[in-house]
Ligand binder design. Structure first.
Ligand code: FES
Length: 314
């Protein structure tokens, strides 16, 4: 361990399904790992073809575990990045660099009850929620929308007594979000993690039902909505230019040419990558900047140019 960085070793790698792989990571020096809490994630540096990808993954361990970190990684279709590295190249014994775990999605202490809704691999932060004594004592329900065949893949990761319900795309098996929200007692906190469409539809249903926004929480990291039209980024302080390809994020392009850029969630939620925008019009895709701030700043992990060029104070 060094400052906020960690050196981890892959101690096991297990294929759960054609698109899901489970990794167990331990400290490379054998020392205890920094403790984690429910909803925490770790940012891994993953070797790719010609560059290093930095991806955030939820820890599915029981909170407080210090002997290892467990992650489950979905292979993203057509990935040339971190998920391809995890599925195709990582093997037991490999050593990885990581940042200390961070938590942007911790359960709210004092919630009367926890209602969790997950889409697919969005189940992962809730696997640690279900092992959190405070969440279980308050009372909780997890509702998972996934492909029917993935129920069996996720089932072994669920505590036997946990109230978990699965839904899939077939008559009689679809989640009725409005009905679910309507039967929750006052004081319930709703947490949602899944594809952006599912997040948006659940948030819209909660707003329509009058849920206070302070009781509604969403995990945004790794949204994957980073592609778009190619453009040029001029990094003013560094004195370099980089061409941002259609299928990469501005942050990925900056890292590709070796310019250090802070980041944490890589999904436009945490605010760590905030960068002054000196020139050009941005297409803002983050969940962090206010409309007034959008005129002056950009979040390179998710946002990109509307035109041919952006100039950043980086
Ligand atoms: S890294 Fe979190 S908002 Fe960009």
């Amino acid at each position: 361990m060094n400052g906020s960085s960690l050196t981890l070793r892959v101690v096991s790698a297990t294929t759960l399904s054609p698109s899901l792989r489970h990794l167990q990571l331990a400290g490379a020096d054998g020392a205890p790992l920094p403790p984690t809490g429910a909803g925490a994630h770790v940012l891994l540096s993953l070797p790719g073809a010609g560059r290093v990808h930095r991806n955030a993954y939820s820890l599915v361990n029981a909170p407080g575990s210090r002997s290892r970190y467990d992650i489950i990684v979905r292979r993203v279709a057509a990935s040339r990045g971190g998920s391809a590295a995890v599925h195709e190249r990582l093997k037991v014994g490999d050593v990885l660099q990581a940042q200390w775990p961070a938590n942007l999605f911790a359960p709210v202490r004092g919630a009367r009850r926890h209602l969790m809704i997950a889409g697919g691999i969005g189940i992962t932060p809730f696997l640690s929620y279900l092992q959190d004594a405070g969440v279980r004592q308050a009372g909780c329900e997890l509702h998972v929308c996934c492909r029917e065949e993935e129920r069996a893949v996720f089932a072994p990761w669920l505590p036997a007594d946990a109230p978990v319900f699965f839904y899939w795309d077939a008559d009689g098996h679809r989640l009725d979000t409005a009905a679910l929200l309507a039967r929750q007692p006052a004081g319930t906190h709703l947490s949602v993690c899944g594809p952006s469409e599912l997040n948006a539809s659940v948030l819209a249903a909660a707003a329509a039902a009058g849920w206070p926004s302070a009781q509604v929480h969403t995990e945004h990291f790794g949204s994957g909505a980073s592609g778009g039209t190619a453009f040029e980024a001029v990094l003013h302080k560094s004195g370099v230019r980089v061409q941002v390809a259609e299928d990469e994020s501005l942050l990925d392009a900056i890292e590709r040419i070796g310019v250090a850029a802070p980041c944490l969630c890589r999904g436009g939620a945490c605010g760590v990558c905030i960068t002054p925008l000196l020139d050009g019009e941005a297409e803002h895709r983050d969940h962090f900047l206010s409309p007034a701030e959008q005129a002056q700043f950009i979040m390179p992990c998710v946002s990109r140019a509307r035109g041919a060029r952006l100039v950043l104070d980086l």
